[in-house]
Design a protein around this ligand. Structure first.
Ligand SMILES: Nc1ncnc2c1ncn2[C@@H]1O[C@H](COP(=O)(O)OP(=O)(O)O)[C@@H](O)[C@H]1O
Ligand SMILES: [Mg+2]
Length: 378
């Protein structure tokens, strides 16, 4: 799939922007803080309805304005699709596909898929669990848009349960019968998320070693999904576990932790506490891998994501590379650029063109970003 046009109104530092892309290779160059990442974020937002930087929707709106509008034209197989989102809190955001209003997020994001690779991703292993959950959740959305409603539902149940726990003020003698109702719903919703995330990781795990071995022939990369409901049985016996088993385990743990949750006035059991660990030759990478090894892991993950999405949706997602080339050495840069086949639209941001070989720059459409505006450069 390709993005042919991108239109922004009051998005981040852009008051009004109309871009047309004439190539599958696009490069945005510009000094720091000009709005390069913001442009990629606009495309990322269309495919996730989530910001790149852990911001709320209202922070995406240009300062002192009250709404923001992102729209684009996607070319997918032989059809063109218009996507349009209006962010206007506290109202619900308005999602339109070909001019028709959509109530479900999945009906919107199913039209566009991206793989985004930013400098922050290079810190995926060292970063906090939040970052890893954001990564996997948004990656899943690209192949399984209906996950969006499941995520929203889970977050809603969790926050309602948290409000309820706060109101109990740690009083163990209060009537807590409603807590059982929240726990029942939370268990169902959490087991859904946990099951989908593990299934996704298992699929990725089939592809990732081949990517990783291109750079590190002697290293075997694997990952483990860490969840309070999973024990060794699940981890060592991946194909065997069932969603019903996860559900039962959630129910059991939620029952066991009831008192603790009341005292602490927060949900201590749930998919929002899960994490992912990475291993090289069986040794935990977060603790022991060098910076170079960690970069290789993240690069392999991104290349595997590209391939998995392609397998699932039968077309290449749009690849967004935010300033990462400068962070990679020659070997890894080449691997990344060579891995992008000509059918993958690639949008790259960079301070300048220095990191690109002439060979790559040949068919690239370059835009320069300056003073909140975008100019065609070549
Ligand atoms: N909601 C907003 N309204 C207006 N400007 C914003 C908003 N959010 C971020 N910015 C501005 O965007 C700029 C950063 O843009 P960014 O895309 O990260 O730059 P670059 O990637 O080129 O370094 C900063 O100058 C920041 O002040
Ligand atoms: Mg940037």
């Amino acid at each position: 799939m390709y993005i042919n046009k991108l239109k922004l109104k009051n998005f981040r530092n852009y008051e009004e922007l109309n871009l047309q892309f004439n190539s599958h290779k696009i490069l945005f160059i510009g000094k720091n803080a000009q709005g390069k990442t913001n442009l990629l974020e606009a495309v990322y937002y269309l495919s996730t309805l989530d910001s790149l930087k852990n911001n709320s929707d209202s922070e995406l709106i240009k300062w002192n304005e009250n709404y923001s509008n992102i729209s684009c034209e996607i070319q997918k197989f032989d059809v063109n699709i218009d996507l349009d989102v209006i962010i206007n809190p506290p109202n619900r955001k308005k999602l339109k596909v070909n001019g028709i209003l959509k109530n479900k997020s999945s009906d919107f994001i199913s039209n566009i898929s991206t793989v985004c690779f930013t400098v922050n991703d290079l810190l995926l292993l060292r970063g906090n669990p939040d970052n890893r959950r954001k990564w996997i959740d948004n990656a899943i959305l690209q192949v399984y848009p209906a996950y969006s409603e499941r995520l929203t539902k889970y977050n809603k149940i969790k926050s309602q349960k948290n409000n309820y726990l706060k109101n109990l003020k740690g009083n163990l003698n209060a009537d807590t019968s409603l807590l059982d109702v929240w726990n029942e719903q939370l268990a169902i919703s959490a087991s859904n998320l946990t099951f989908i995330r593990i299934s996704f990781l298992n699929e990725l795990e089939k592809i990732v070693p081949n990517k990783h071995k291109l750079i590190a022939a002697n290293e075997n990369l694997s990952f483990v999904y860490n969840s309070s409901v999973l024990n060794d049985v699940f981890i060592n016996d991946k194909p065997q576990f069932k969603i019903e088993d996860i559900l039962q385990k959630y129910k059991q743990l939620l029952e066991e932790k009831k008192q603790e949750e009341i005292i602490r006035a927060q949900s201590v059991i749930g998919a929002h506490r899960d994490d992912i660990s990475f291993f090289i030759n069986g040794i935990e990478a977060t603790k022991f891998a060098s910076q170079g090894q960690q970069r290789t892991i993240v690069l392999s993950l991104k290349l595997a994501e590209l391939e998995l999405i392609n397998q699932k949706i039968n077309t290449n997602p749009i690849l967004l590379l935010d300033d990462v080339l400068a962070e990679l050495d020659d070997l890894r840069q080449n691997l990344l650029l060579n891995a992008i086949n000509n059918n993958t639209q690639t949008i790259i941001t960079s301070v300048d063109t220095l990191h690109f070989k002439e060979e790559y720059l040949k068919d690239v459409e370059i835009f320069e970003i300056k003073n909140n505006n975008v100019f065609k450069f070549n």
